[in-house]
Design a binder for this molecule. Structure first.
Ligand code: 13P
Ligand code: ZN
Length: 285
């Protein structure tokens, strides 16, 4: 069933685990997410970047909901951008939206996040916002990363004035493949934020952080972990390996794309199952 994200996150907070939030790169990743939710009885949060076809995701979500009636899935717009994009996701049937104004000043972030909360809550949709800024692991300097960590003195005020359901915090991870610095989590800051705030906390930039760091972060108070790059790389590697192994026939075979797609889905699935294990969500749906 497509479920409001807040229900999955509240259960995770009570149960001391985190819900994996895999990004989709292609519409064919959607079925894999439903399959894994069904097979492992794990709640999952599908992360949909605004660049995907949001209307198609909404339609397909309803289709897979019928095919896998016991799968507990939230469909979440990831890093929601323009106002119109966020409204499109709500209209398309997403069960949650993230509004990301983390590059704006504090007051703008509050004002624009609160506006989306008012609209989304009127139709039962969960809202995630970000305080501090989780940047890019292959572009930012270490100083930039450290300067953008969440300011714990602003956290309660942000939550009170926006009414957001869950909060993405910047505690040291970054998006993408690490280049200029090593993955790191400020566990002290995370612990303080978790003590301070009653709403669920979200960790972005899960890829490359290391299983030990991630499971420690879950114990320290994270209820949702976003994973994109590791799934993307696994899927790409799976597809590439299949194409290389089948290269002699590439120019002749009509089945190149189905075969490559199958290999991509299988590798994406394997990586997602790995993270279900790391976050302890198997059997919790
Ligand atoms: P990674 O690509 O580092 O896993 O980040 C995922 C993410 O935060 C998506 O919002
Ligand atoms: Zn992110």
């Amino acid at each position: 069933m497509i479920t409001p994200m807040i229900e999955l996150l509240r259960a995770a907070k009570e149960g001391g685990y985190a819900v994996p939030a895999p990004n989709i790169f292609s519409l064919c990743n959607m079925e894999t997410i439903f399959e894994v939710a069904h097979e492992l009885k794990t709640p999952l949060i599908m992360g949909v970047p605004g660049s995907r076809d949001l209307e198609a995701v909404g339609y397909l979500g309803k289709f897979y909901e019928k095919r896998y009636p016991d799968a507990k899935i939230a469909i979440n717009l990831d890093h929601g951008g323009p106002f119109e994009q966020i409204i499109t996701a709500i209209h398309a049937g997403f069960s949650s939206v993230m509004i990301d104004r983390s590059s704006e000043d504090f007051e703008t972030n509050i004002r624009e996040s609160a506006e989306i909360v008012k609209i989304a809550h009127a139709v039962g949709i969960t809202v995630e916002a970000e305080l501090g800024h989780v940047g890019k692991a292959d572009e930012d300097t270490d100083d930039e990363r450290m300067a953008n960590l969440t300011n714990k003195d602003q956290a309660q005020e942000f939550v009170d004035r926006t009414g957001v359901d869950c909060l993405a915090v910047a505690v040291g991870t970054s998006h993408g493949a690490y280049k200029n610095f090593n993955p790191y989590i400020d566990f002290q800051l995370l612990g303080e934020l978790s003590e301070l705030l009653t709403i669920p906390l979200v960790l972005h930039g899960g890829s490359g952080t290391g299983d030990e760091n991630l499971s420690k972060a879950v114990k320290a108070g994270i209820q949702k972990v976003n994973i994109a790059t590791d799934l993307n790389y696994a899927g790409t590697d799976g597809m590439t390996a299949w194409l290389e192994a089948n290269k002699p026939g590439l120019s002749k075979k009509r089945s190149d794309i189905p075969g490559a797609e199958k290999a991509m889905k299988a590798a994406y699935k394997e990586m997602l199952i790995h993270y279900v294990g790391v976050f302890g969500s198997e059997g919790k749906a």
